[in-house]
Design a protein around this ligand. Structure first.
Ligand SMILES: [Zn+2]
Length: 276
């Protein structure tokens, strides 16, 4: 599942391709991609509008349209956009299809069918359930060490699980939460309210550092311009992972073998030496 850096890459790439473009034609081919609208209403709310800006909120992609609406996309597990020449679109694998005013086709494909889209009035964006409950962006001023300490003090959950909770802070998933904890030398299973202020301050710094580094790595990749998908899953940042998906391999810092444990039904990777 793409996390903040990968969605940020998609947003930048998609923004460079479709900002200023008019949506000449919109077709929804897999109706469940847009649970709240019929295919006809989805198309009617977008057709003829120009994309003014593409931005990110958490892992949501928000495309602001010239008709006062915002088109929201969540890639979830496997959703991605492709930017194609006319005639290249294979309808069988296309879940949504957008013909742009430059003659290009933007399509959304999603092998695992978890992706979601919506179109809402931009003025009502603050009331959209999935957005309303989100915590602060990691790079926002609100997310400082004091804020994270406050969240930790109020929580008896393991710190790894708190970091994954999008109502506390957005954008961290299984990979970057594990990486940040490793870099901060914090046991992922420790209860949040048992962390010292010093540990939380270190964790805060490492969260920002690992996200920043991943975005930096992603922005220097030479990707196929037609594949608007941030290379998650064959990840851009994969070579820089220190613990994630490295069970049984040696820690780069202390040489101990990386271990895997299950938390909240998901794997957590950590070093028993550094993160004791
Ligand atoms: Zn280690």
């Amino acid at each position: 599942m793409p996390e903040l850096p990968e969605v940020e890459m998609v947003v930048r790439h998609l923004g460079s391709l479709i900002t200023g473009r008019r949506l000449e034609r919109v077709r929804l081919l897999r109706p469940r991609l847009v649970p709240d609208l019929s295919p006809g209403s989805f198309a009617a709310r977008m057709k003829g509008a120009t994309v003014e800006e593409v931005r990110r909120r958490g892992k949501h992609i928000l495309a602001q349209l010239s008709n006062g609406r915002t088109w929201i996309t969540h890639l979830r597990m496997s959703g991605r956009f492709l930017y194609l020449d006319p005639g290249e679109v294979e309808v069988a694998h296309t879940h949504a299809h957008f013909r742009l005013d430059n003659g290009k086709d933007l399509i959304f494909v999603d092998p695992r069918h978890f992706g979601l889209m919506a179109v809402v009035r931009t003025a009502d964006l603050g009331e959209v359930d999935s957005l309303r409950r989100l915590g602060p962006e990691p790079f926002a001023a609100e997310f400082d060490a004091g804020y994270l300490l406050e969240q930790c003090r109020r929580s008896g959950r393991a710190i790894k699980l708190l970091l994954l909770d999008q109502t506390r802070v957005v954008g961290l998933g299984n990979i970057y939460a594990a990486e940040a904890l490793h870099r901060a030398k914090i046991d992922p299973g420790i209860l949040s309210n048992q962390l010292t202020a010093e540990q939380v301050a270190r964790l805060h710094g490492e969260i920002l550092a690992v996200l920043r580094e991943a975005i930096e790595v992603g922005s220097t990749l030479h990707t196929d311009p037609r594949e608007v998908w941030g290379r998650y899953g064959g990840g851009a940042f994969e070579e820089n992972w220190r613990v994630y998906d490295r069970e049984g391999l040696g820690c780069y810092t202390c040489g101990s073998k990386i271990r895997r444990l299950t938390q909240g039904g998901r794997s957590t990777y950590y070093c028993p030496g550094c993160q004791a």
